[in-house]
Design a protein around this ligand. Sequence first.
Ligand SMILES: NC(=O)c1ccc[n+]([C@@H]2O[C@H](COP(=O)([O-])OP(=O)(O)OC[C@H]3O[C@@H](n4cnc5c(N)ncnc54)[C@H](O)[C@@H]3O)[C@@H](O)[C@H]2O)c1
Length: 351
Amino acid sequence: MENKPVLRVGLIGTGHISRQHAPGWVATPDAKPVAICELDLARAESCREQLQSLGVSGVTIYRDVDEMLASGQIDCVDIATRPETHLSLVERAAKAGVQVLCQKPLAATLSEAQQMLQICRDAGVRFMVMEMWRFLPWFRDLRRFLAAGAIGPAHYLRIIGSRRPLNRTRPVDPNQPYFADMPRLVVYEMQIHWIDCARYLLGDVESVYMRGGRVNPAIRGEDWAVVVLGHTNGGTTMMESSRATPTDNPPSRREGDVLLEGTEGALHFDPVALELRLARLNGSVEVVARYPDLEQGFQAAFNGCIAHFAAAVRYELPFESSAEDNLRTLATTLAGYDSFQQRAVVPVPLS
Ligand SMILES: NC(=O)c1ccc[n+]([C@@H]2O[C@H](COP(=O)([O-])OP(=O)(O)OC[C@H]3O[C@@H](n4cnc5c(N)ncnc54)[C@H](O)[C@@H]3O)[C@@H](O)[C@H]2O)c1
């Protein structure tokens, strides 16, 4: 492969989740962090220190995104700000001819997300969404075993969230205090990842049914939800999570318990035992993969997603989770809220 120059990346937004982006940019051979843009200088400094501790020096800090984009110093941006800011930042980057990686959820409405896509298309700029859950080692393995025919064709996926109730006083989550004010919470912010994983495993979604509600009086949005997806191939996904009430289950951090059933067997990612088990029709159960540590798994997913973006831009390869593809994940997520309001199964646009 022709050896093209390493991409110079500008990190926009260095809040909570950026702590996991920075190691990904340092780990990829296809890019190098050269600039940070952040409104809060203390956060910018802290990110620069993190990069320095990982061996990257000489990173310039900007407060103004246009100034960073005009510097001629960067080839791509990694937008790790909240969704309300995405349209404006994507537009500025695209108009400066800079390639874009942007955190999920892309936007609160489909039309805003579509606008971003059009802007990038018009500017001839590549645009990918930072949807890292499908890069988790156990989701990669689920797809690999499914593709190899280990369970036959899959008809059912079930994802159950761990119970980590939000405090009933502010801030409800010390890492993400903005949770308290979000009008849509567990599906828009969290289950959107699983909707993307469901599409990754069973393909596109044609209908959605969502139930849920708010138990915690300190927040605005829903803190528990059950979502059922009807896939275009006839498959079904059921997912549920709650940040409302505790249970007596083992406290298994933030990931989901994932069961994928096919005609010939089932694959189960057990987040407590940290293993993937394959159950066959003859009654045998085999551990087919083990995972040393959840935190390592999540960091591997951030690294994998970032490495994929950097290599795809550097060598002009297709994105696995382009913004265009992610639009379907967003459409499914937003259709969930229509279902919630209408108390009915609703079709998913773009399916
Ligand atoms: N697993 C995941 O992939 C995952 C996990 C958590 C959060 N997220 C997503 O990441 C995004 C950011 O979440 P967070 O928790 O890091 O938020 P945060 O509020 O902690 O950080 C956002 C940062 O962006 C900065 N910012 C805002 N506008 C800016 C601008 N114009 N220029 C420069 N900086 C600007 C803010 O000052 C803040 O420091 C959200 O969309 C969230 O849904 C993803």
